[in-house]
Design a protein around this ligand. Structure first.
Ligand code: G1P
Length: 288
């Protein structure tokens, strides 16, 4: 079966982005005039998902407000003859079903995914970490195809310089894996020190997981910081059946930090016909 539900864990408080995230959920920060969350929803829908499970926090009611249809505002815009904006607003929360569940305390990615269990049910599902934006849904679609074809979880991997590995989950590929993947995953460690890292292959923010992952999440023991790590559940899953890691080179913006977000805004604005030419001219003038 192909994944049709996308889980988006969005309960984090965005401390790397304070002070703005004191009041505005980081997923609602604008990429030009579209919140990052909308780009994530579009990616999931583009990869074939027709249902979203948003794992939110009660401290972030703005997320729920954003995905709740608002027919009154849409009608008012139509009265004013502003059909183009009305069409865009009317699509939010109606072009795809969005269910919300709450993660009551920040207890790590494994815990956040576990919160979605009842809403996902017994089906493979996509997992999109909203701190990362992608140019298109191709990668997620490829992972969903892989999972459908093989019946096992499929994740995205990237080779990075060893200096960067300690911010990520890092895998050990099986010796029999082809040099350019897909890699059968033999081991995973979460944020190892550079000298302890088993490889230069890191896990990024797109996954398609089979539902038996929830049983492994139930068994998780917290790390010293109190968090339940998804990578521990994936390691347990990989001991029962394979997980396939696909090397990707997809374009990606890390919007969890102010600089990464800025690059996403500039790149996206440069590509849009309504803002690109003007921004390009302004930048040329500014940069001399
Ligand atoms: C999470 C995962 C980590 C993964 C990373 C990708 O970490 O725990 O395994 O490599 O996302 O961005 P976080 O960035 O939430 O600390």
């Amino acid at each position: 079966m192909r994944a049709r539900t996308a889980v988006i864990p969005a309960a984090g408080l965005g401390t790397r982005f304070y002070p703005v995230t004191k009041a505005v959920p980081k997923e609602l920060l604008p990429v030009v005039d579209v919140p990052a969350l909308q780009l994530i929803l579009d990616e999931a829908v583009g990869a074939g998902c027709d249902r979203i499970v948003l794992v939110s926090s009660r401290a972030k009611p703005g997320l729920e407000n954003y995905v709740t249809p608002d027919p009154k505002v849409v009608a008012k815009l139509r009265d004013q003859g502003r059909d183009d904006v009305a069409d865009r607003l009317a699509a939010i929360g109606t072009d795809v079903r969005v269910d919300i569940c709450h993660q009551e305390e920040p207890r790590g990615l494994g815990h956040a995914v576990g919160c979605a269990r009842q809403l996902v049910g017994d089906e493979p599902f996509a997992l999109l970490l909203p701190d990362e934006l992608r140019g298109d849904p191709g990668l997620l679609s490829m992972l969903a195809d892989s999972c459908e074809r093989t019946g096992v979880s499929a994740i995205e991997l990237k080779r990075v310089p060893m200096d960067e590995v300690s911010a990520y989950g890092v895998i050990t590929p099986s010796a029999s894996s082809p040099a350019d993947g897909p890699f059968e995953i033999e081991g995973i460690v979460e944020k190892p020190r550079r000298e302890d890292a088993p490889s230069d292959l890191i896990i990024l923010g797109r996954y398609v997981l089979t539902p038996d992952i929830f049983g492994h999440i139930d068994e998780l023991k917290p790390h010293p910081n109190g968090e339940l790590q998804l990578t521990d559940a994936m390691l347990a899953q990989s001991r029962v059946k394979p997980i396939l890691g696909h090397l990707t080179t997809t374009e990606r913006w890390d919007t969890g930090t102010p600089f990464g977000w800025l690059t996403a805004v500039v790149d996206n604005a440069l590509r849009r016909p309504d803002t690109g030419p003007q921004l390009r001219a302004w930048l040329r003038d500014r940069l001399g």
